[in-house]
Write a protein that binds this ligand. Sequence first.
Ligand code: SF4
Length: 320
Amino acid sequence: MLRTHDLRVDFANVQAVAGVDIELPEGPFGLGLVGESGSGKTTIGRAVARLVDAADGSIEVDGRDITRITGSELRSYRRRVQMVFQDIDGVLTPRMKVGTALAEVLTVHHIVPRTEIRATVTQLLTDVGLDPELAQRRPHELSGGQKQRITIARALAVRPRTLIFDEPTSALDVTVQNLVLETIEQIRAEHELNYLLISHNLAVVQRLCEQVAVLYLGRIVESGPTNQILRRPAHPYTLALRSAVPTLDPQHPDERIVLHGPPPDAANPPSGCAFHPRCPLAIDICSTQQPPLQQITPGRQVACHRSKELLTDPKRARTP
Ligand code: SF4
């Protein structure tokens, strides 16, 4: 079990993550982190991978806080929790053959004896649905989808228990996206992985995640079982995100809710509910009182003064 409690991450004077609790049970299990750019979702992933430091709060693995570990303990933790980055080209060494790059990871981390490296590289490529012949190619000879699956194979090489996918399909066209999503579905079952899936695409989260946390300006505004939240959002921001993906429910597509303006500056957040300047349902109290994140049904939490109305009567709640 991996969990964060009141996790805070600061960059200079800006609170990028402002007190976030998430839980990742043993796999196979996926937790989606969704929100616009600047919502803090990638920073949470980087903090969990210990690539940025937490300013406060804790990250516990099997009951032990790992936010301050250093040296060999930290190296071992970073093997256990692997991040699959969005910038594929920044991860692969341009002149190195794919097989050599994977072999290097296996060697540096002493994953298997030398005699087994070749067979393990073949297995890794097979696990992510690639032809083992690709071991002889260099990154520029691969398609975007092949490169993304190589980065997944590279993360799997150190036998992690947790993966953090940062927008795994955002740079790919639709058919290739599907192949990468199939790969994630396959490895999550075979390797019993748990993972954080950082995405702005609710359709990807619907397919791969049991739970979802919706983030706005560094805070969770809604969280719970993915199917419940996507079927009936209790926060206007989730409703707006859902309305942007008509394929979620093709029989009953939402009326598109267009949010006005960009998300606010995290260095100068609005008073009350941070979403109120853009919220189509805002009422007077919203600009003065920040709604707490509260349980509304078992396992489901939301931070909105009007969540009950939205849940019971979405049409009425559309009128301020
Ligand atoms: Fe909108 Fe008010 Fe709910 Fe914030 S608290 S999401 S402004 S209705």
